[in-house]
Design a protein around this ligand. Structure first.
Ligand code: SF4
Length: 482
């Protein structure tokens, strides 16, 4: 029988399983998920074991942090950090011929490669020409590249990609659940999937933004092929999964591409969200959920309803991103805590009114401390996400943000700083000149642009983050949330 293999890209999350492959498995008949990135994790761990152990011991000794296992996992995560060390991972893959083996043994009619959009799209894409060539030569499988990595209507990028990827048959844009199952069906039947909205094939001239109009139509993801226990969070004793309660964002910050990629804002029936969490708790004893949402407070009615449905829940915990908007209050945080919410990450970015305005962040700096404090006082772990080196930032702006950091610390809240990045599909990425930025000419079509900062923005050196467990790998913070 004809079959489909779904694989995350080699530079994928290792903190917890990505939601997309199991979701596609649930939607595509006779499909299986394989996870070669976990084999890479094993190899990298073996090769660096002594170094990781001694780094973990050292940090425990120096900081008084007494959970050696978690410290070990944090350093392991650092070793396989795909953003900063893709070269090491690629070298290990080549050394152990990991993808060659898959290409040889795949025995499948269609391969769907999910390029993880976040963080590592550039490097993952760089790996694809040789891998897809091998796959085609050894197997003659049809190849689909998917993942929400590309913005609608970007024909220039599409043709550049096909030029680099002569062995790829189709590239799916937008939200995979709409496009990938249809593209698989067409390819399995020997047809051209080019007439499907959001599916790119050579020579295609027009695109429509494709998204799941009604999130309530999505099935519960099928994790039956997922090697759940090999993800880092599982080994820290908190198996965790991701769940969608909404997609898209109600704001349009100028530096953010996610609000453009996931749009429009839609929320999912809270009954289904609660049911999914309960289902996986029962089936896999999942204790922790990270909501995939760009913000948990996009639809307060739904959030309230979700809390009603999970009232008194102490079986599993959850949390996610939020906007520091005036609609929050202590009673709602208490209600969320009672329903199992244990962590919130607030996208704050800066404490300078001028910078917040410049970013079109649409939050009131005066509300940041009352909101984060109320969440913390209700018992949650609260992390404020900040950005340093934001174009246009001055010494005075940084001074204000440092004041915020001081207050956050006094209130027992944490913070995490990242240096500014320029996502291609943000307003800044599309109009860099308006923000004093010039794209570098050698820049290749990718999710994050390289640029020259014409204003030589002040470097606040805020990234000196004392919370070592928030070191860089996306997904690992949840290890320590509970
Ligand atoms: S940065 Fe956060 S709040 Fe702003 S648009 Fe993006 S997801 Fe929404």
């Amino acid at each position: 029988m004809k079959n489909v293999t779904i694989l995350p890209s080699p530079l994928s999350f290792i903190g917890y399983p990505m939601n997309f492959p199991p979701m596609l498995k649930a939607l595509i008949p006779n499909s299986k998920v394989i996870e070669p990135h976990l084999d890479i994790l094993k190899v990298m761990e073996k090769e660096n074991k002594e170094e990781i152990l001694s780094a973990a011991e050292e940090v425990c000794k120096n900081t008084g942090f007494d959970d050696k296992n978690t410290a070990y996992l944090m350093f392991l995560a650092n070793v396989v950090d795909q953003e900063h060390k893709p070269g090491d991972i690629i070298a290990a893959m080549k050394k152990y011929k990991m993808y060659d083996k898959f290409a040889k043994d795949a025995n499948t009619d269609v391969v769907v490669i999910i390029i993880d959009y976040l963080r590592c799209a550039n490097e993952s894409l760089d790996l694809m020409p040789s891998f897809t060539k091998k796959l085609k030569e050894e197997n003659d499988s049809k190849i689909i590249l998917a993942g929400p990595l590309m913005y609608k209507n970007d024909l220039e990028v599409l043709s550049a990609q096909f030029e680099k990827l002569p062995h790829v048959d189709a590239i799916c844009y937008g939200e995979d659940e709409v496009t990938v199952p249809q593209a698989c069906e067409k390819l399995l039947n020997g047809e051209n999937p080019g007439d499907i909205d959001g599916v790119g094939v050579r020579g295609k001239k027009t695109f429509k933004h494709t998204f799941v109009k009604d999130l309530n139509t999505l099935p519960i993801p099928d994790y039956s092929d997922t090697r759940m226990e090999e993800y880092l969070n599982y080994r820290a004793g908190t198996p965790s999964l991701t769940v969608w309660a909404s997609r898209g964002c109600t704001a349009k910050c100028v530096f953010c591409d996610e609000t453009n990629i996931w749009h429009p804002y839609r929320s999912r029936n809270p009954e289904l969200v609660a049911e999914e969490m309960k289902h996986f708790h029962k089936k896999y004893k999942i204790k922790a959920y990270r909501m995939n949402d760009l913000l948990l407070n996009g639809d307060l009615q739904h959030l309230n309803k979700l809390c009603d449905l999970l009232k008194g829940n102490n079986k599993f915990f959850w949390g996610g991103m939020a906007r520091a908007e005036s609609s929050w209050n202590r009673a709602l945080f208490d209600k969320m805590y009672d329903a199992g919410c244990r962590f919130l990450w607030f996208g704050i970015e800066s404490y300078s009114e001028k910078m917040i305005e410049h970013m079109k962040k649409r939050i009131d700096p005066k509300e940041i401390i009352p909101i984060t404090k109320a969440a913390k006082d209700s018992g949650m772990r609260v992390v404020s996400l900040l950005i340093d080196k934001f174009p246009g930032q001055t010494e005075n702006d940084v001074k204000k943000t440092k004041e915020l950091i001081k207050m956050l610390k006094e209130n027992g809240c944490q913070y995490h700083v990242t240096n500014f990045r320029l996502p291609r599909y943000s307003e800044m990425g599309r109009h860099p000149e308006k923000f004093g930025l010039k794209l570098k000419t050698e820049e290749k079509p990718s999710a994050v642009c390289f640029f020259e900062d014409l204003n030589k923005t002040y470097d606040g050196q805020l990234k000196d983050n004392p919370n070592f467990w928030y070191w860089p790998l996306e997904g690992t913070p949840i290890v320590t949330e509970f």
